[in-house]
Structures are given as C-alpha cells and as structure tokens.
Design a binder for this molecule. Sequence first.
Ligand code: SDX
Length: 385
Amino acid sequence: MAETGAPVISHGLEGVYIAESKICKVDGSAGRLYYRGYSIDLLANNSTYEEVCYLILYGRLPKRRELDAFRKKLIEARPLPGMVIDVIDEFARRQDPMDTLRSAVSALSAYDNDMNDSSEAANFDRSVNLVSKLAGIVATIGRCRNGGGYVEPDGTLTHAENLLYMLNGSRPSQKDAKLLDLMLILHAEHSSNASTFSTLVAGSTLADLYSAVTSGIAALKGPLHGGADEAALRMMRAIGSPDNTERYIEDALKGKRKIMGFGHRVYKTYDPRAMIIKQDLIALQENESQEVKALTAIALRAEKMMIDRLGKTHGIWPNIDFFAGPIYVSMGMPIEMFTPVFAASRIVGWCAHMMEYWQNNRIFRPLEYYSGPVDLEYVPLDRRK
Ligand code: SDX
C-alpha cells in the first residue's frame, strides 16, 4: 500500500503475470523470442506459416504426414460462406478494414453447426477453421475495398500464396509469397500482448472462440498495438525524403509525439522480429522501386537517430511494426491491409492461448481502486440548484 493508504496500481498491468503458459517466451532483456521452445530466427529461416501454426497449436513440430494432413484441412476450410462474402462486400468500402474483419468473423460463427460444443476437439477444429478463413476474409476485404469481387481460393497454393492470390486475383511471385510467409511467421504469436489478453478476458467468461477472437481483433486495431505498422509507414511517407528524416524525428520528439514502430512493454532492446525484417528489407533493395528504396533509407536513418536518442538511454528500440511497412509496399500490399494481415497471422496465437487458458480457466476480474465520494445525499430534482 502507498503512504495515502491507496493500493499500488499497476497501470496497464505492467509487470503482472496473468497465467502460466508453454506457448511463447519473450525474453525482453536479451531480445529473444521462442515459439514452443524454438527461437524465432530458426523458424524464420527454416519453417513455413503452416508448420508454425501446427507448432503453436499442437505444441511440437509435425512429422511430414501430419503437416500434409494439417495443410489439407487448411485448404479444405478456405472457401468463404456466401453470407460472409456479402457482409464483407457490404461493409468493406464503408469502414476501416479491421471493423469489417470483426463483423466477418462474427458472421462466420453463424455457420458453426454446434456452437454449444465447447470440447477441446471442437475448439481445435474451430481454430483450424479460423486460421484458414481469416486469410481469405482479409484478402476479400482488400479486394472489395478496391472494387474487386471474391476470388475462389486455389487449393494448389500455400497459405501465403493463396492470401495474395485472393487479394490480387493473380498468382504472386515467389519473392512476394516468401516475404509474406515470413511476415506471417513473425506475427503469429507473442505471449500476453493486448489483443491476446483481450481474447483471454472474453473467453474467460466461457464465451465462445469466435466471440473471444472478435475481442482480440478489436484490440489489435489500435495504433499502439497492431495499427502501428500502418502508422509507421504513414510517418515515413510524411517524411517524404531521407534528408528530412532527422528534422521530422526531432520535431516529433520535441512535441512529445510517439514515433510509431518504436518501444515495447517487454523488449528493452532490439525486437528480434524487427531485426529479421530489417535484414530482409535491406537484402531486397537492388530490384526494388524508388519508393521502397526511399522508404528504406528513411527507416534506417530514423532507426539510427531513435537508437542514439532513446535506445540505449530509455530502452526504446525498433519493434516488429517499424520495418514492416516498406516490406508490404514492396509486395504491393495496400497500407490499410497491414493490420488485417497482422490479424490473419496472430489468429493462431489467439486460438492457442485461449485453448490453453480454458484448460485451467478462471474469469478475469481485477480490482479498481475507487477514490471518489460515498454516501452522498440524494437531492430531488426540483430542489437541485
Ligand atoms: C506491438 O505487447 C506485444 O507483444 C505487442 C506486439 C505483439 O507482437 O503483439 O509486440 C506488437 O504492438 C508492438 C508495439 C507497436 N506499437 C508502437 O510502435 C506504438 C509506439 N510505441 C509506444 O506507444 C509504446 O512504446 C508501447 C505502446 C509499445 C509500449 O507502451 P508502454 O510500455 O506503456 O510505454 P509508455 O507508453 O508508458 O512509454 C514509456 C515512456 C514514455 O515517456 P514518459 O511519458 O515516461 O516521459 O517512453 C516513451 C513514452 O513517451 N515512449 C516513446 C515511445 N514509446 C514509449 N517515445 C517516443 N516514441 C515511442 N515510440
């Protein structure tokens, strides 16, 4: 208790452990990240999003026939129900794509034949269905926003290839498909971040998985969380040319404005995912457009200045969202689709954590310290001055 008798409040639940988990370790001081014990660098260099989904959901790497069977389930679940396509088509041009995503996932639950079956087997099936369908929903939202219509999924394509195929209506290059698969791996899971925690809070009341995931989508939208990748690219575009970078950052810091794509509640050193994305962004420069080259130059100069000014002294380093924008620009991804793609990846983390938490469920009900008055007199309306 503080001197005033008020309890010590953990603002934003900083430093508070809400559960025990075996899914993901985020080592914020060493800048290391592990999915089920495998370091993110190993997975980024050797795995695929489908294999990482299997790992996160089932807790171990699959054997070949297990991965083939899992991939087959994902492919079979790809087609979207007609009404979900109608919801997307109706809403996509009117609102933020994350809002349409929330509505589409809610609509999807209408096609679940047994919502009352909360068994682990049923929720694993729901998880596979959601992982598969979110890619198609996100792609269809992107298409409808730009005047296109639903593209039937292609069962011969990988998860990442099919997302780009359904978004653009044409098969992606190997470069773009590989880059997107990497981005999906890097965004798949990250312990008790705000959107995963939001998913857990909703599910801890024993609401269904679609409701819990809808809560996660809502939380991911904000620019302090999943929306930072879009905000960081908007900043780079506002800077315009590399020589404007330092002046822009200086003004922002003087104005106490946050530089999106930097800082993290857990990482107090370089986010290992940001390092991987940065290296891939630098590697792809030579064949890239002038825009990507300029954005990369701006990003690298902003990174250097921010690390010098706030990195070593304040623990504010690049996070996963900072270099993501130029990578997505290089594959022609519309800026408003960055965060929906983040959701299409993180769906597997939300589902895995929800199913793990349900194994030892307890409803979340934290305390709030009330500092207002009590026992006030009720003055009738006519006597209030
Ligand atoms: C993601 O949690 C996860 O794991 C999330 C994520 C995942 O995979 O799920 O990693 C994905 O959301 C990454 C973060 C993306 N968001 C941004 O890039 C938005 C910009 N970053 C900040 O808003 C902030 O750093 C947060 C939200 C990421 C962390 O917030 P905290 O831990 O509450 O830190 P804070 O806002 O209290 O900042 C502490 C101090 C403040 O200065 P003072 O008021 O104490 O003087 O650091 C400053 C902040 O102003 N600060 C920044 C800054 N981030 C923090 N100053 C300038 N630029 C920044 N980006």
